[in-house]
Design a protein around this ligand. Sequence first.
Ligand code: NHR
Ligand code: GAR
Length: 206
Amino acid sequence: MKNIVILISGRGSNMQAIVRAAKAEGWPCRIAAVISNRADAEGLAFAAQQGIATEVVVSKDFPSREAFDAQLQATIDRFAPDLVVLAGFMRILTPGFVEHYAGRMLNIHPSLLPSFPGLATHRQALAAGVKVHGVTVHFVTAELDHGPIVAQATVPVLPGDTEDTLAGRVLVEEHVLYPKAVRWYVEGRLSIDNGVVHIADAAQPA
Ligand code: NHR
Ligand code: GAR
């Protein structure tokens, strides 16, 4: 049974999609905790309703990123995670923190990486005039939004799109892609070779 800790900063719709899929599909894992860096994150209520432990480590209360990350790491590690899942988590993490979870921390980023790292990805996509946009699940490394890519999904950019319409179209794909990628991790199917992720075939039932 693998333990998963999910980090959120807000709505938590990706976290909800993972929790629901894990339950509905009977994954061999336990969502051990949902942790937010903001006390007002809407996703915390859903997690609590599901009987999942919730914790808040308020980033703005700490004097430095290192001090916040140290407290966050101590809080996460109480749940002995095999995997840490960033799901709309909005704080850049320090290299020491990232190293501690090397190979066992995933993020979902709302663009087709390596295009449009950072924030306001839908605005960046509209400004660049790309005709295809999408979402990427990747392992987290110290370099922001540059870790090994696990999975991607695309959406068209349509005439008249705004940041909101485009974000909504991408979000539908996020809720399919992230549970799929996390499930692969839980099933032990992901490996990283020279920065490239390989996905092993599913084990055949005996
Ligand atoms: N940390 C590392 N080291 N590497 C990554 O790949 C990370 C990461 C932390 C978060 C998610 C990421 C995204 O998918 C993520 C990936 C926040 C910012 C940001 O600029 C950028 C990228 C991501 C998350 N945050 C501001 C900061 O100063 C705060 C913004 C806010 O609070 O609204 O930390 O896009
Ligand atoms: C999602 O679109 C996610 O990809 C994005 O924020 C949204 C969070 O929604 N993440 C980032 O932009 C990370 N910087 P959610 O809280 O409902 O899952």
